[in-house]
Design a protein around this ligand. Structure first.
Ligand SMILES: Cc1ncc(COP(=O)(O)O)c(C=O)c1O
Length: 393
C-alpha cells in the first residue's frame, strides 16, 4: 500500500466534527430512522420561479456554456452594484469594487491565500463560522481568538486587544448576523471595527452572509456604510441564504479595490468564475420585488425561530430570541460536552444538531439548531426531545 503524507496545512486543521456526524446520520438512515436534520445551515425554502426560469432560459444560449469571465459578467457586477445601493445604501463601483464568487466561502478562504503568509495573524471572534479560522490555517497563518460571550451579545471587546498584537495582525473577520449565535451587531460596534483596523493597518473582512435574514424588521447595516470603511474593508455577500440557492454556489465580494483585485488575481489562477447561467439567474434574484419573496422567507424563518425557542424554553432552557441568521444556539445540559450531546440526541431522537465545538473552542458547551425544517417538523422535533427526556436544568 502506498502512503502519502498530507501537507502540514491539512494536518494543522482541527478535526471536522461534521464528518463524524455524517457517519452517524448514515447509520441512522440505514436503520430506517426518520431524521430531522437541523445540522447544517442548508436552506430548504426553494428559490422563486423567476430565478429558476432565468436559469432555464439562459441555458438555451450557447454562449452561456463557454467559460465565464473570471471576475463576473459586466451585467452581473452592475446588478450587484444596484443591489448594494438599494439594500444597504452603499456605493460600489461595478468595475473595480466587485468580484463574483463561487459561493462566498470560497472567496473568504481564498482571501487568506492572497494575504496571509506563514506566521501572519488573523483576529477572529469566537464562536465563528469555521471558514473564518480554517482559511487562515490553510494559508499557514494563525487565527487569534477574540472571545465573545452571550452576556456581551457575542460582540468582541476590541479595547482589550493588546496594541502590540493588533499591530502584528493582518486581518480581522467579523460576521453579523452571526452564525452560529444569531447575534447582530450595532452601528457603534462597526464604527469601532473600522477605527481599529484603520489604526492598526488591518484588513477588515465583513462576512454578510445573513444580511437579509433578520427579524422584527431590524435590518442589519453594511460595514461599508461606515465612513472610511472602504479604505480597509471587503464585504462578502451570498445568494445562498437570501434566495434559497445554496447549491448554486453564487456569491460576491464588494469593497476595497486592492482587496478585490487580489481576490481576482487568486481566482485567475484557481478557477474560471461562475457559470454564466447562474449569474443570469442571480441578476433575476437581485431585481425581484422584495415583498414577493424575501419578506416571506424572513417571516417563515421568524415563525420557525419562535416555535423552536418557545419549545426549548418549555423544556427548561431560558433562551432569548435570536435577532438574525438561521440558527438557535443553546447550552447543553450538565454532564455532556457538545459532541456527546449531539450524538446522544441523534441516537435517541433522530434529530441532527451541530455541536458547538465545530465553531471553535469557545463554542464548546453549546449546540446549534438550524431553522431549515418546516414548522410541523420542528414541533415533531420538540416532541421527540420531550419524550426522550431531554431537558435543561
Ligand atoms: C457566516 C457564513 N458565511 C458564509 C457561508 C457560506 O455561504 P456560501 O454558500 O455563499 O458559500 C455560510 C454558510 O453557512 C455562513 O454561515
Amino acid at each position: 500500500m502506498f502512503k502519502f503524507q498530507e501537507a502540514e496545512r491539512l494536518l494543522k486543521l482541527p478535526i471536522y466534527v461534521f464528518a463524524q456526524l455524517d457517519r452517524v446520520k448514515a447509520e441512522l438512515v440505514a436503520k430506517g430512522v426518520d431524521l430531522i436534520d437541523l445540522g447544517m445551515g442548508n436552506p430548504d425554502i426553494p428559490p422563486p420561479r423567476e430565478i429558476t426560469k432565468a436559469l432555464i432560459d439562459s441555458l438555451g444560449n450557447p454562449e452561456n456554456h463557454r467559460y465565464p469571465s473570471f471576475e463576473g459578467a459586466p451585467e452581473f457586477k452592475n446588478a450587484v452594484s444596484g443591489w448594494c445601493k438599494r439594500q444597504y445604501g452603499i456605493n460600489v463601483d461595478h468595475e473595480h469594487e466587485v468580484v463574483t464568487l463561487i459561493g462566498s466561502k470560497e472567496g473568504i478562504v481564498h482571501l487568506a491565500f492572497a494575504y496571509i503568509d506563514p506566521g501572519d495573524l488573523t483576529l477572529v471572534p469566537m464562536p465563528a463560522y469555521p471558514a473564518h479560522f480554517r482559511g487562515t490555517i490553510l494559508a499557514g497563518g494563525e487565527p487569534v481568538v477574540l472571545p465573545t460571550t452571550e452576556r456581551q451579545g457575542y460582540l468582541p471587546d476590541l479595547k482589550i486587544i493588546d496594541p502590540a498584537l493588533a499591530d502584528r495582525a493582518k486581518m480581522m473577520i467579523i460576521s453579523y448576523p452571526s452564525n452560529p449565535t444569531g447575534a447582530v451587531a450595532t452601528k457603534e460596534f462597526y464604527g469601532e471595527c473600522v477605527a481599529f483596523c484603520r489604526k492598526h493597518n488591518i484588513i477588515l473582512v465583513h462576512d454578510f452572509a445573513y444580511a437579509e435574514i433578520y427579524f422584527e424588521g431590524r435590518k442589519p447595516i453594511s460595514m461599508l456604510s461606515l465612513p472610511g470603511a472602504k479604505d480597509v474593508c471587503i464585504e462578502y455577500h451570498t445568494t445562498s441564504k437570501t434566495f434559497g440557492m445554496p447549491g448554486w454556489r453564487c456569491g460576491f465580494a464588494v469593497g476595497n479595490r486592492q482587496l478585490i483585485e487580489s481576490l481576482r488575481k487568486i481566482k485567475t489562477n484557481l478557477d474560471y468564475g461562475l457559470f454564466t447561467a447562474v449569474q443570469k439567474a442571480a441578476i433575476a434574484a437581485m431585481t425581484l420585488d422584495e415583498s414577493q419573496y424575501i419578506d416571506k422567507v424572513r417571516a417563515t424563518y421568524q415563525r420557525r425561530r419562535d416555535i423552536l425557542v418557545d419549545g426549548l424554553n418549555g423544556l427548561g432552557w431560558q433562551l432569548a430570541r435570536p435577532k438574525g441568521s438561521l440558527y438557535v444556539w443553546f447550552p447543553v445540559p450538565a454532564g455532556f460536552d457538545s459532541t456527546e450531546f449531539t450524538m446522544k440526541v441523534a441516537e435517541k431522537t433522530g434529530i441532527i444538531l451541530a455541536p458547538g465545538i465545530s465553531f471553535g473552542e469557545l463554542g464548546e458547551g453549546y449546540v446549534r439548531a438550524a431553522l431549515v425544517a418546516p414548522e410541523d417538523r420542528l414541533r415533531d422535533a420538540l416532541d421527540r426531545l420531550k419524550k426522550a427526556g431531554f431537558r435543561y436544568a
